[in-house]
Design a protein around this ligand. Structure first.
Ligand code: PBG
Ligand code: ZN
Length: 337
């Protein structure tokens, strides 16, 4: 909330989504599938050269030095938006490296925005890549049990968000499914003068088997236990509405449903319920792996399958798609093959 000229301005601001041409293009209600795509990119500290990711063909852990090559590639095919995941060189219980000014994500954001200010750079906001235990926040341990300390984690997310904003990120995407994360981050950003930086919330994220290949790529698998105390139970549908209600109330600018094709019913429901907010989908690493593996064996036609998948996302109401096929799809469209 802000007081100006005797009037209190809400921290919810539709104008935030008009801040740049790339953002306007992403949320345009009439855009093409190509303009709705966001490419996940992994950037790893301490690498001399990019490294192929074994679990994700055609994807790399990028080194800072190789980022100019990535920028050139995505620009050549007309891809306009990226979401960054960082793999730091040091991990500890509280994920300190996540907020460092010289951290891997902060460096990557600066590098991309310096070279290609028109590219939309989104940062994934979570702690699993930065903590030595691999959980998405602060751990409270009691004898044999462990528990995520939700509210302590919110304080860390606020710091991390400000650090990404200071590095020049265009949009922040909290992915940890902590209660109150959108409100806490919005408050911190507004207090620090980043009122124009929108929040793309991972609103509905299920505890899914489909994240396997990603965990190798991002080196953020939990060392013990699982994420079922913070990610959602795949059996639950009405609970997704509750997550969405809270995110809207807290000021989410865009909402994400994850995973994609096994959750089209959820996507449809949320998109129908909130037509005034851009709702999108994460086509996860496991979904990528399925199409990739089958088409490599000649069992599926890769391009036809991906097109149909994206069409089904749009049919279910997705206005944007985070997908490991973003670059390849744009290449297909450019070459018209
Ligand atoms: C971590 C995070 C995950 C993904 C995005 N952010 C993994 C997880 O929650 O375990 C998954 C992405 C994918 O599978 O493509 N907060
Ligand atoms: Zn996480």
């Amino acid at each position: 909330m802000f007081k100006t000229a005797g009037y209190t301005v809400s921290s919810v601001r539709p104008r935030r989504l008009r801040a740049s041409a790339a953002l306007r293009s992403l949320v345009c209600e009439q855009h093409s599938i190509q303009d709705s795509l966001i490419l996940p990119v992994f950037v790893k500290a301490g690498l001399v050269k990019k490294q192929a990711i074994a679990s994700m063909p055609d994807h790399y852990q990028w080194s800072i030095h190789d980022l100019p090559e990535l920028i050139e590639n995505v620009q050549a095919v007309g891809l306009k938006a990226l979401i960054l995941f960082g793999i730091p060189d040091t991990k500890d219980a509280l994920g300190h490296s996540a907020c460092s000014e010289t951290g891997i994500i902060q460096q990557a954001i600066r590098c991309i925005k310096d070279r290609a200010p028109e590219l939309l750079v989104i940062s994934d906001l979570c702690y699993c890549e930065y903590t030595d235990h691999g959980h998405c926040g602060v751990l409270k341990k009691t004898d044999e049990q462990f528990e995520i300390d939700n509210d302590e984690t919110l304080l860390l997310l606020q710091k991390q968000a400000i650090s990404h904003a200071e590095a020049g990120v265009d949009m922040i995407a909290p992915s940890g499914m902590m209660d109150g994360m959108v409100g806490a981050i919005r408050y911190a950003l507004d207090q620090s003068g980043w009122t124009h930086v929108p929040i793309l919330s991972y609103t509905v994220k299920y505890a899914s088997a489909l994240y396997g290949p990603f965990r190798l790529a991002a080196e953020g698998a939990p060392v013990f236990g699982d994420r079922k105390t913070y990610q959602m139970d795949p059996s639950n549908r009405y609970e997704s509405l509750r997550e969405a209600e809270l995110d809207v109330e807290e000021g989410a600018d865009l909402m994400l449903i994850k995973p994609g094709h096994m959750y089209l019913d959820i996507l449809w429901r949320i998109a129908q319920q909130y037509p005034s907010i851009p709702v999108g989908v994460y086509h996860t690493s496991g979904e990528y792996a399925m199409i990739k593996a089958a088409s490599d064996r000649g069992w599926l036609h890769e391009q036809d399958t991906v097109r149909e998948m994206f069409t089904s996302f749009h049919r279910a109401g997705a206005r944007f798609i985070m997908t490991y096929y973003a670059y390849t799809y744009c290449q297909w469209m450019t070459k018209k093959v």
